[in-house]
Write a protein that binds this ligand. Structure first.
Ligand code: CO
Length: 317
């Protein structure tokens, strides 16, 4: 159920790292390698966003946190959906076969089990704490269906754009199980799960060219302060899914996204918790390219969208 890339992985630009298991990551040896993140001036909260309740797939209830009108502001991110329910009626229908082209989907399962199948013959299960990082590239048709009939299903799906030069690359994906995600345990009781990018001198599970995504899941066990340096040019946001935090004195309540400003002197972000809290911190380098979207296809021009629809209808994805 892991590393399900097609045999031509060499041609795929996915750079993956192989980390020791979580048990080894928590030893003092690993703790010695933690490099503090020094932030002189934190970014501030530019805007709080609650998202829009909607449903997708065959009727899965979710909250669309990054909607189309925020695509330019949060370039290279195109969409963020948050889902979380104890009621099977909200998720049981799942996402039957549907296509994608031109970007990447990152699905982070906090709780629950989802099975995915795609047109390239791959299949895997995503569960509790695992991530599926899928590069749709020139095209994929897949399904994402719950592998449970009761209990809680909670997680996030983030869409990350691909640069124009990479929109038609070979599709591929990685299933990153919970114990393959590097975790930092800081002295102040904060745990940082590094899905992508780097934090405190540690490399995350995934590195991507051009957009250089940072994807952290930061868990505060009590009142504490978390610092993360960020490149000035990167667009960044946080999403609070447990408790609440503050940035520069501004409270970010549970189930809110805060878009972080790009102040010219800002060199990172300082996040303070008032108690136990869980926060996604996501950043990436903007592409500054035209965005043309038609549902699950995200290209640069209308003509490329027409081509995508034709290719899908004629079975070429
Ligand atoms: Co999909």
């Amino acid at each position: 159920m892991h590393s399900m890339f097609p045999p031509t992985t060499d041609a795929h630009p996915f750079k993956t790292s192989h980390h020791p298991t979580k048990t080894i990551m928590t030893t003092t040896h690993a703790a010695n390698t933690i490099t503090p993140e020094e932030v002189k001036l934190s970014r501030s909260v530019e805007q709080l966003v609650t998202g829009v309740p909607t449903s997708d797939g065959a009727g899965v209830k979710l909250t669309r946190v990054i909607t189309n009108n925020l695509q330019r502001r949060l370039d290279p991110y195109l969409m963020l959906d948050a889902f979380g329910s104890d009621d099977p009626d909200d998720y049981i229908a799942g996402f039957p076969n549907h296509p994608h082209r031109g970007f990447e989907t990152v699905t982070y399962m906090i709780t629950g089990r989802m099975r995915h199948n795609d047109s390239h013959g791959h299949e895997g299960i995503l569960q509790n704490g695992g991530v599926q990082w899928m590069t749709a590239g020139r095209g994929i048709v897949h399904s994402e269906l719950p592998e449970q009939e009761k209990g809680r299903m909670e997680g996030f799906q983030l869409w990350l754009n691909l640069p124009a030069r990479d929109k038609m690359i070979e599709p591929g994906y990685r299933d990153i199980q919970n114990d393959q995600i590097p975790e930092l345990h800081l002295d102040n009781g904060i745990t940082v799960r590094i899905v992508a990018g780097h934090s405190h001198g540690r490399e995350g599970a995934v590195q991507r060219p051009i957009t250089a995504p940072l994807y952290l899941d930061v868990h505060f066990s009590s009142v504490a302060t978390f610092c993360q340096t960020l490149p000035r040019t990167a667009n960044a946001f946080i999403y609070v899914y447990r408790g609440s935090v503050s940035i520069g004195g501004k409270t970010v309540p549970q189930q809110h996204m805060a878009i972080l400003g790009n102040g010219p002197q800002d060199d990172g972000v300082v996040i303070e918790s008032q108690g136990p809290a869980k926060v996604l911190l996501i950043a990436g380098q903007p592409l500054h390219e035209p965005i043309a979207q038609y549902g699950p296809f995200v290209m640069n021009t209308q003509q490329e969208l027409v081509q995508a629809v034709t290719d899908f209808q004629e079975g070429r994805l």
